[in-house]
Design a protein around this ligand. Structure first.
Ligand SMILES: O=C(O)CCC(=O)C(=O)O
Length: 267
């Protein structure tokens, strides 16, 4: 999956990207499933008007967190062999799924998710032993507000406060001039460690852009990791304790990704 130098990039810079991770067919299936979730009214606009409270009528940051209770498709995604293999190379076995969520930014109205370090929520002891896997469901570029990361920022814990433009997020104020804009084609993925400061920006194009964010931790972080799924409900994806989802979800999810892709596409 990754070359040695890509793994080293993750370990020193805190992030690494893969342009062609999911196939064009898998991306079509993701879009179809997101359309279904949207039509079912499950996405919520979390944007506020600058006071962390008043729902914004103009700005839109549509979020669903967690996704798995509403979607067999997104429940299966982290169990895809490719995802597990990539994450275990970066953070080591055993790998657990810690959280899943999606952010949709409608054309022209879509707003960014302000600067933060995931570890301000998750508080794991080693900020490189947890990683986000952010999938670009549409081409993600500077114009539509792609994700930006600050390399090596896992070495600093920035102070976080309430984000005035979100009803529940927190934000920090890192040195933005050090940011890298991670442009990805649809189906591309960026992995960034829990300690890496990141944000997305406004979608200034007239087309929707979505990012699916899966968060993973190494098993050694499980006992003390905050937020995310409750302890005992974070599926082990690799290692001796992995049951394919049986223990945490009550049914075997491993091996269902292809079937879910076909189902989303009604093939
Ligand atoms: O896609 C976004 O707007 C934000 C993603 C994010 O902050 C995350 O996955 O932690």
């Amino acid at each position: 999956m990754f070359t040695q130098s890509e793994i080293e990039q993750f370990q020193t810079e805190g992030w690494v990207a893969k342009d062609e991770f999911w196939s064009e067919r898998e991306v079509r299936a993701m879009r179809a499933e997101l359309d279904r979730l949207k039509a079912a009214g499950l996405l919520r606009n979390v944007a506020t008007d600058g006071d962390s409270e008043t729902p914004s009528a103009d700005l839109v940051n549509l979020q669903l967190c967690p996704m798995f209770p509403h979607s067999d498709f997104f429940r299966a995604m982290p169990f895809a062999d490719r995802a597990i293999e990539a994450v275990r190379q970066l953070i080591g076995d055993p790998v657990l799924l810690h959280l899943d969520q999606v952010f949709i930014k409608p054309g022209l109205q879509g707003m960014g998710t302000n600067w933060h370090q995931d570890n301000a929520y998750f508080e794991i002891d080693d900020p490189l032993k947890g990683t986000a896997m952010w999938t670009a469901v549409h081409d993600a570029n500077v114009a539509n507000g792609t994700i930006h990361v600050i390399p090596r920022s896992y070495r600093v814990s920035y102070e976080h406060s309430r984000d005035p433009y979100s009803d529940h997020h927190i934000r920090c104020y890192p040195p933005e001039d050090e940011a890298v804009a991670v442009e990805l084609p649809a189906g591309g993925v960026v992995f960034f460690a829990y300690g890496v400061a990141h944000c997305t920006l406004a979608n200034k194009t007239d087309k929707e852009r979505a990012g699916v964010a899966l968060h993973f931790i190494n098993g050694a972080m499980d006992a003390t990791a905050k937020s995310g799924f409750p302890l005992g409900k974070r599926p082990y994806l690799s290692g001796d304790e992995a049951t394919g989802g049986l223990r945490e979800h009550g049914l075997v999810v491993a091996g269902t990704w292809e079937r879910e892709v076909a189902a989303a596409l009604r093939d």
